[in-house]
Unconditional design. Structure first.
Length: 696
């Protein structure tokens, strides 16, 4: 088998079989992490034996997380899907029979054609960041769905509220360069468990700490990161904007302001100042559930220590007011002139610096003037259960799922399950493993892993572009996403030349004239031309060229042009029936629902856990190790309790996202989360959730 794989690889990449032996193939991590690491895969006789971080790539520096370093285990996993499958049992049973690729693709096309003839909007793609690649992600797939005229998917489930907050403040998803955090003297790690989710940033923060920097963590959970910082402000979920405004209050009251920067490079300062002065530390302390003096101390540090940097992360924006909270925090650096320093400012996402040409890969021109409806992926539970109506459009008759596991990851999952269980819903899933969503598929098509295909990757934690080369031939009968959609396009009768583009050609198209593809071929990565201190002299990518405390765009939409604190939909204390707030941060060794099936990582996590503070556990008679029932009006979830100060009083931490089939009662934490949406960006509110807990 190894010889066959090696021979196929030699044909794919143009190397004679006789020289296939120990090789080092350059690639990129495909997963949804800010670090976007450069990989080196060792291949012996066509078999990948080891995956390492590329030591020549500065952001990676030869280091990988425990998850991705196990990538050969994932690729050669005994449970890997290797052949097309067709459902033979009831939906949800996970019973399938093996079929050929031609049989599967012919039948899928035959099922899609009559739906498309009635109204192609009855067909819905559902995908997210199972791969972050521009080619295997939304490349050929979106060419297919644009040409078809299918419903468009609003991909909101992770970052849309925070992205909107940045766009309406800084002008784009931009910020300081991550490498310069190592030179900061004060670092606020806000809504991020960096040790778990942003390992390479954490190494930079540790370097700054060794050079005398002070590290402050702001997070409702006492994370592994919080334990290693000098200070931890354990605020209540959804109160980040209140804290940011109290910091502004103190900066104004003590004149810790850069008046020149405010005058020349910001818009709306007078109005923001007036709003901030209403937020005394005492008022914010009551909202945030912390001591007012700690707010004053943090404000003094932020107002007097230079340079000061904020690493903001997406946990902040998974509540009703998430976009406003992002706006408030992103406004802080301009108040103190932190942007003047290359080691000052804020970083939530750097993806806006990218010059990659997504239109060239996705080809929205194939819509040919059509404007299909848009369905929000975060409300998939409701939308799969809707009937046709003038306001909604046609009923969803078919779903094609790729790069996602909605039955596990989408909110209010009891409704998601009911939607996918519809016997009249035709569902196709492109997957590597038998996920919760696969259980409800009519056809399952085996997908390649990152070691088996070409792709191009940008990053949202640094400013490099990376190329992924195939290191091995596809295992079994697995095919790339691109090949599946090419072949479906042919069967649907689409003759547009773009469906003949190779994966390497699509990588080149995404690079255009602005990214050096030859350098990517030579070393696997290339740097984008981003200034070291991008906003030292203003020049923000907003309409005004300034940091916009007041957004005219938001005002035109009928929204508040200034950031504000918006209480959670389900605020702590608002429901006697459900007295505990719940957040659901990722377990350390999982990445959303990815890697949950790897036994070595699941052995580390052991089982689904709910962290609960001793003050909340004692009156409920709950001890560590007890099975508990976590519940609200949406559903219930069984897991093991861990009585721990990682949870603050009144807040429980349901670590996710376990596959439902590995749950103690066949559910996971998303049984409890709601389909309500954020203030801007239409994102989900996973951390805006009230529950109660009882011994099971």
């Amino acid at each position: 088998m190894a010889r066959t794989i090696g021979t196929n690889l030699s044909a794919a990449i143009g190397i004679p079989p006789s020289v296939i032996g120990p090789q080092r193939i350059l690639g990129a991590c495909p997963h949804d992490c800010p670090d976007t690491c450069a990989l080196v895969t060792t291949v012996v006789d066509g078999v990948a034996t080891r995956v390492q971080g590329n030591p020549d790539h500065q952001p990676t520096d030869g280091v990988l997380c425990a998850k991705v370093s196990r990538y050969p285990e994932r690729t050669y996993h005994p449970d890997r899907l290797l052949h097309p499958l067709r459902r033979v049992g009831p939906k949800g049973s996970g019973r399938f029979e093996r079929v050929s690729w031609d049989e599967a693709l012919d039948d899928i096309a035959d099922r899609l054609k009559p739906i498309a003839a009635r109204d192609p909007q009855g067909i819905l793609p559902y995908s997210y960041c199972g791969t972050m690649g521009l080619v295997q992600g939304e490349g050929m797939a979106m060419r297919f769905f644009h040409r078809l005229g299918a419903t468009l998917l609003d991909r909101t489930i992770c970052a849309s509220a925070g992205a909107a907050g940045l766009v309406h403040t800084l002008g784009a998803k931009v910020g300081m360069k991550v490498e310069f955090f190592a030179e900061a003297k004060l670092i606020l790690i806000w809504g991020s468990n960096s040790i778990t989710s942003n390992l390479h940033f954490w190494r930079l923060a540790q370097e700054a700490k060794r050079q005398g920097a002070k590290l402050v963590c702001i997070d409702p959970r006492r994370t592994e990161t919080a334990e290693k910082c000098h200070e931890h402000l354990q605020i209540l979920p959804g109160t980040d904007a209140a804290l940011a405004f109290a910091l502004m209050h103190e900066l104004v009251a003590n004149d810790w302001l850069d008046h020149d920067y405010l005058a020349r490079h910001t818009l709306g300062w007078d109005a923001l100042r007036e709003r901030a002065l209403r937020w005394t530390p005492e008022r914010a302390a009551a909202v945030c559930g912390i001591d007012a003096q700690r707010i004053r101390d943090l404000a003094r540090d932020y107002g007097t220590i230079r340079p000061a940097a904020i690493r903001l992360n997406y946990g902040v924006q998974r509540v009703r007011g998430g976009g406003n909270a992002t706006r408030a925090v992103a406004s802080l650096p301009a108040l103190v002139g932190a942007w003047r320093h290359r080691a000052g400012g804020v970083l939530l996402s750097s993806s806006g610096w990218s010059t990659a040409d997504r239109a060239a890969t996705q080809r929205p021109d194939l819509l040919a003037g059509r404007s299909p409806r848009v369905i929000n992926m975060s409300t998939i539970g409701d939308d799969l259960l809707r009937e046709a109506s003038p306001s909604f459009g046609p009923k969803v008759e078919a779903v094609v799922v790729y790069n996602s596991n909605p039955v596990a990851v989408a909110p209010d999952s009891s409704k998601v399950v009911r939607g996918f269980a519809r016997e009249d819903l035709f569902t196709v899933v492109l997957e590597q493993f038998h996920t919760d969503t696969v259980d409800y598929a009519d056809y399952v098509l085996p997908a390649t892993t990152q070691l088996e295909h070409w792709d191009l990757h940008t990053a949202y934690g640094h400013t490099d572009v990376l190329l992924n080369r195939p290191a091995i031939a596809p295992v079994g009968e697995a095919r790339t996403n691109t090949q599946v959609f090419r072949e479906l396009a042919t069967r649907m009768g689409f003759t547009d030349p773009c469906f003949g583009d190779s994966d390497e050609a699509m990588c080149r198209q995404a690079c255009g004239d602005r990214i050096d593809f030859q350098q990517l071929l030579d070393r696997g990565y290339t740097a984008l031309p981003v200034p070291d201190a991008p906003f030292a002299e203003g020049r923000f990518p907003t309409a005004s060229g300034k940091c916009e405390f007041f957004s005219a765009t938001l005002a035109k939409q009928g929204l508040d042009g200034l950031p504000d604190h918006l209480p959670n939909y389900e605020s702590l204390g608002s429901s006697p029936q459900y007295p505990l707030a719940m957040i659901s941060p990722p377990a350390r060794n999982f990445l959303n629902s990815t890697f949950v099936n790897l036994q070595s990582l699941r052995d580390i996590e052991r089982e689904p856990v709910l962290e609960i503070h001793p003050d909340d556990a004692a009156p409920r008679g709950i001890a560590t190790g007890a099975v508990v029932r976590v519940f609200n009006e949406r559903g219930e979830y069984h897991c093991k309790a861990e009585v721990s100060a990682r949870a603050r009083p009144g807040v429980v931490n349901g670590l996710g996202i376990w596959w439902r089939k590995f749950g103690l009662a066949g559910t996971n934490v998303n049984e409890l989360t709601s389909q309500r949406l954020t203030d801007m960006g239409n994102g989900p509110v996973f951390y805006d959730c009230l529950v109660d807990v009882r011994a099971a």
